[in-house]
Ligand binder design. Structure first.
Ligand SMILES: *Cc1c(COP(=O)(O)O)cnc(C)c1O
Length: 380
């Protein structure tokens, strides 16, 4: 009799994705489907009633007077900075660890991006890193026209000292809220309600995601809102009348606006679930990038390890997908002319250590537990 072939059945655990946009509650799915059907039946697909209602609801949610729907978050940065008066020859100060979106927008305006370091713990702009950057630039006779403050990973930058420094020097402040819609600063103010103007992205993976591209600016200033309103639609001051030479086409379409209206009422609950997942990760490791004293809504769950690649492989072996946000700092990206010859040691070091773990509202408890188990293993 032949010897029985012995083998061990290895049950591969199902993969845990970094994000799965298709996972949503029945309630959310029905609301989105109803919104889409409503738009299709209406026969009105661009700049209609859903769009106008979403602008009002978004402004109210953030706690400012005006919101202007746009095609995406990068257009929002470009149009927002343009409305603040940024143009050819100007300098815009920002951080270099936020995915190069602001850098792209600044370059499209013919302006030059210049960079501040970030705080080593939360990887955000701080009073100290802002002051250091401004004095470095002052040595080169550069006074930035505007500052882009990025509320990275869903953490809110402590805005009071930033605004004080910027206001004293006449530097306009734009908040990039693409990763922080719904987050509130320690003083109770929503991200997006601090600066002169703020930008949003509704790219599907953002905390408030469309089923395609979308973006917006929000502001208290009616004049800034009006400039962006004109420029998003050919520079028209009235139908077919161009009154602003810096126009283009960047509109939030009716279908996306309707979907965003269906989802906005669920945003706080989704952010609460993200926070809960992040807290579970924080409970087993001190490797998570997080603000000690400041609020956090868990757009991304980012840890930092010296042996990042080894940690990444351990997660991969356990079937857990990870990613890096972002691997290349802006000042080291392959732009034709390097934005600035500056060394940013904290930013550069962080790019080698950070790793993003699964976090999204539909992540199940059993999946969170599996991530937690590996986190404990790599941190122990
Ligand atoms: C996603 C993102 C953007 C760009 O938004 P798009 O809609 O993809 O153009 C800008 N800034 C930050 C911080 C982002 O995360």
């Amino acid at each position: 009799m032949p010897a029985a072939v012995e083998f061990e059945a290895v049950a591969t655990p199902p993969r845990i994705p970094l994000n799965d946009l298709g996972r949503m509650s029945l309630e959310e799915r029905s609301a989105i489907e109803a919104a889409a059907l409503r738009v299709i039946a209406s026969g009105w697909y661009v700049m209609g009633p859903e769009h106008d209602a979403f602008e009002r609801e978004l402004a109210e949610y953030v706690g400012v007077e005006h919101a202007v729907g746009l095609g995406n978050g990068t257009d929002a940065l470009e149009l927002g900075l343009g409305a603040l008066g940024v143009g050819v020859g100007d300098h815009v100060l920002t951080v270099a660890n936020a995915g190069a979106y602001a850098t792209t927008a600044v370059r499209l305006l013919g302006a030059t991006p210049v960079y501040a370091e970030v705080h080593p713990v939360d990887l955000l702009l701080s009073r100290a890193t802002l002051e250091a950057a401004l004095s470095r630039l002052a040595g080169e006779d550069i006074l930035p026209k505007a500052l882009v403050v990025t509320h990275l990973f869903g953490q809110v930058v402590e805005m009071a000292p930033i605004l004080e420094i910027a206001n004293a020097r006449g530097i306009a402040v734009l908040e990039d809220c693409a990763q922080a819609l719904g987050a509130t600063g320690a003083d109770g103010v929503k991200a997006g309600a601090y600066g002169d103007i703020a930008t949003m992205s509704f790219y599907p993976t953002k905390n408030l995601g469309a089923i395609g591209d979308g973006g917006a600016i929000v502001t208290r200033d009616p004049d800034l809102a009006e400039v962006v309103r004109r420029r998003r639609q050919y520079g028209w001051v009235a139908k077919y009348r161009v009154g602003d030479e810096r126009g283009r086409n960047s509109r939030l379409d009716e279908l996306q606006a309707a979907v965003l209206r269906a989802r906005l009422p669920l945003l706080d609950a989704h952010n609460a679930r993200r926070r809960e997942i992040h807290a579970a990760y924080e409970a087993v490791t001190d490797a998570m990038v997080t603000t000690v004293a400041r609020p956090y809504i868990g757009h991304l769950a980012v840890g930092a390890w010296d042996e990042r690649e080894r940690v990444r492989e351990t997660f991969a072996a356990a079937g857990i997908v990870t990613d890096v946000h972002y691997p290349v700092p802006d000042h080291l990206q392959a732009f034709p002319s390097p934005p600035e010859t500056v060394r940013l040691p904290v930013t550069e070091r962080a790019a080698e250590r950070i790793l993003s773990l699964p976090i999204f509202p539909g992540l199940r408890d059993d999946e969170v537990e599996r991530v937690v188990a590996v986190l404990a293993e790599v941190s122990g």
